[in-house]
Design a protein around this ligand. Sequence first.
Ligand code: MRU
Length: 348
Amino acid sequence: MRVNGKHFRTLWLAADGRSINIIDQTRLPAEFWVVRLEHLAEVVAAIRAMQVRGAPLIGVTAAYGICLALADDPSDKALRTAYDQLLATRPTAVNLRWALDRMATAISATAVDDRVGTAYALAAKLAEDDVATCEQIGVHGERMLRTLWDQKGTRQPLQLLTHCNAGWLATIDWGTALAAVYRAHDGGLPIHVWVDETRPRNQGYLTSWELAQHGVPHTVIVDNAGGLLMRQGKVDLCVVGTDRTARNGDVANKIGTYLKALAAHDNSVPFYAAVPSMSIDWDLANGDDIPIEERDPGEVHSLPGIAAHNPGFDVTPARLVTGLITERGVCAASEPGLLELFPEQGAG
Ligand code: MRU
């Protein structure tokens, strides 16, 4: 994706071939700042502090955390410690566990002397796979946006609402929900994005920054404005990302997503989630058991003597989700819908 006209990914190997460079997302949109991570502890801290964030990016960053740990010590014990420390950083995004399991399985089966090479090769593959997956989500999502625009039957821009940041900053490149927006915009589809601020971390400003870099027309709104805009007929569809989608199509995403889905349902506004297969937890029958991250109440406010509660995510039931945009196509938010696209995950 472009930053001031130059192509960037959110994570790349440093010139020493060992450390990784990340974009410090806690400094955006005020400042574009690249940070080098050289050891496991720095990767753990960067994920916890949300210098890197977004489910797909968390997964790939953790994979490189394993690489850095093994570069210091390729033993089984070091692998286990790195796995446990990284897994404990953030509980909701299933991409983290998915990436760590892939790494641990491959490395455990590799002779100690070859582990570092195996680890870096696999982490690089996970990054490339993420880019390809997001690009395909963009292809299918763009098709869906074009269909909706044709149905709209006017030459007016398609009005899309999104919550949090499901753009390239949340992945290695492209993004998920925003991949469709970028492709549609580049392909000449008139589109305007309502960007929820997404309190308390304000990831909406990351979305706004990305969209501005790409020249996509957009407007930032406070989190509570979406319902009004939907009632006023100013939203044609909502598209969000996901941190974990259960087998039945229940979608966990940034806190506030559920309220948007309720408002969309009440106003017959289509509500889509962009779902890379790495974000599907096939082991969960529904979203009830998705762990919800509890974040520091200090992110909500710093007023003395007033309690605050800060759940980071919520679960939108599948019945409120019009469709899931995956890398294999768009499907119904249901187990049969998902299994049509991913038959290899079927029961027997
Ligand atoms: O707390 P964050 O910023 O990591 O949460 C990010 C989101 O909720 C995104 O919508 C989700 O990870 C999907 S990103 C493609």
